[in-house]
Design a protein around this ligand. Structure first.
Ligand code: HEC
Length: 492
């Protein structure tokens, strides 16, 4: 443990960073707890950290297998920090009022002095992070993600992709990160598939060989498909029988699994704080539509929606997955080996917590290891893969639509022929006519409020994994019927 007077702030994403949306209503920004964050650049953030760490590594090292720190670069950064903290300490944390700036300047002095006092640790930490990032992102993103459809560009690993990420691509990369850690494999039963063919080796050698094999074959078992998808809504999660776009987890495992894949290290996940999250999201109500609704028109749309949408697919606890012609990359992303590796990371996280005296809420308790495996990870389904249709609580705030956020508004969803090839994502102003965030115009940099972050990017449906085809339901309705159903969907 780092003594309290030496601790520095380390920031990373909390659940709410990705699972809180924003919308601009009458000159004010409203936060939508449980809605997808349509702006967050999580891959971009990781890319920045990665780029910073790369700058600290010598490029022309005589031994390419060995990392050599570029001390000139480190001293340049140290000199920069020293100069800033002496001349303008409020630069680090900002502040809207003079009082806030003063307080944040004092705070920055403490933090930056600690970092400068232990620069070696900070550099080591960053370089370690770069190595992990390389395995998680680059192995599968630039090297492996190729196009299997002629002419489609591969997406960039580090964005810009506001509100979207390759969540399970990077989670799968985590398995490669942990493959050579003996304590990870040591927990597996002797007959685990990771040990196949190595049964006769002495235990230590078996663990080592199995780890090396898993690591060295990552190229074969990591999906080569870029599966960048939107963040999911958590509103009234009690209606979601299974979790994630491809329904790859049971509801009982979903919050811990999210914590493990966002944090990345089983020994560092704060398991305790996840316990309360399942009941919290089960009962989390959607934010009501903040603009006007024509209730008479909505009443006309209701029966059509109920007959053709809600009772057909979007009903509570529908655990089936469907291939409805939408882009299949995300649904095909979890391979059998990735599944086994991920579920063991989640299991290890829970077991470590229980071994340290925590309650066993995180164990599925289905009566056998195999049954618990199902709770932790349900997919892959191979040819039978698809996407789960959730109940559409607060669907107005979940634009753009489909798992890959490729259709900007509800109108475009019901009118496939009009879906744009390219549009803007990340604007939090709202298109009250077509229902979705403004998609045909980028926000100006100072459009929301002074100093506010504005993240937007073009969504190009010709990029691999970004396609906007499929889910053509409603295209047979008349425009009048479509508008009525859209009006009704505002009220969900
Ligand atoms: C960096 C962004 C990010 C963070 C941080 C994050 N999530 Fe998510 N979450 C996602 C994305 C993206 C998905 C959809 C993944 C997919 O299926 O491809 C998702 C899906 C989920 C789901 C599945 C919802 C359903 O019913 O299908 C749950 C539950 C969830 N997250 C809870 C959490 C919790 C709890 C935390 C904090 C421990 C968390 N998330 C942190 C991005 C994030």
């Amino acid at each position: 443990m780092v003594p309290e007077d030496k601790r520095t702030d380390n920031v990373f994403f909390s659940c709410g960073a990705c699972h809180t949306g924003r919308v601009y209503v009458k000159d004010r920004i409203r936060h939508l707890i449980g809605a997808p964050n349509t702006e967050i650049e999580s891959s971009g953030y990781v890319g920045l950290l990665y780029g910073t760490a790369k700058k600290l590594i010598k490029v022309d090292s005589p031994d390419p297998g060995k990392i050599q720190v570029d001390f000139d670069q480190v001293s340049r950064i140290a000199a920069f920090l020293k100069n800033r903290i002496e001349t303008d300490p409020a630069w680090f944390y900002g502040g809207k009022t003079p009082e806030e700036r003063l307080a944040s300047a004092e705070y920055a002095k403490v933090q930056v002095t600690r970092v400068l006092g232990n620069l070696e640790e900070a550099v080591k930490f960053l370089i370690g992070l770069a190595k992990t990032t390389e395995l998680m992102y680059l192995a599968q993103a630039s090297n492996l993600m190729h196009t299997d459809k002629e002419g489609q560009k591969a997406p960039s690993a580090f964005g810009p992709t506001p509100g979207r990420m390759d969540a399970f691509g990077t989670a799968t990369g985590l398995v490669a990160v942990h493959a050579r850690r003996d304590s990870y494999l040591a927990r597996l039963p002797d007959d685990h598939p990771f040990f196949a063919g190595l049964e006769n080796l002495p235990r230590e050698e078996r663990l080592k060989k199995a780890g090396e094999r898993l690591f060295n074959t990552a190229n074969e078992w990591i999906s080569h498909l870029p599966g960048i998808s939107d963040i999911k809504s958590l509103w009234y999660s009690r209606d979601h029988g299974l979790a994630n776009w491809d329904a790859n987890q049971a509801a009982e495992a979903r919050v811990l699994a999210s914590g493990v894949s966002s944090g990345g290290d089983p020994s560092k996940v704060n398991v305790r704080i996840h316990e309360a999250m399942n009941p919290f999201i089960n009962d989390l109500p959607p934010s009501p539509y903040p603009f006007s609704v024509d209730l008479d028109l909505a009443a006309k749309g209701k029966p059509l929606f109920e007959q053709q949408c809600a009772s057909a697919c979007h009903y509570s606890q529908n655990k089936k997955v469907y291939n409805i012609g939408t882009d299949m990359n995300r649904a095909m992303q979890i391979t059998p080996t990735a599944r086994l590796g991920l579920l063991e990371l989640i299991r290890e996280t829970c077991e470590l917590y229980v071994e340290r005296g925590g309650s066993d809420w995180c164990r599925p308790k289905r009566g056998s290891r195999a049954a618990d495996d199902e709770a932790y990870f349900v997919t892959p389904r191979g040819e039978a893969s698809g996407y789960k249709p959730d109940v559409l609580h607060g669907i107005w705030a979940q634009a753009p639509y489909l798992h890959n956020g490729s259709v900007p508004t509800l109108w475009h969803l019901l009118r496939p022929a009009e879906r744009p090839v390219k549009f803007i994502r990340g604007n939090i102003k709202y298109d009250e006519e077509k229902i979705g965030f403004v998609w045909d115009k980028a926000p100006a940099l100072d459009e929301y409020s002074p100093g506010d972050a504005v993240h937007f990017a073009e969504h190009d449906t010709t990029v691999h994994g970004n396609s906007n085809v499929g889910h053509a339901y409603g295209s047979e309705w008349t425009d009048e019927q479509a508008w009525a159903v859209i009006e009704y969907m505002k009220t969900l």
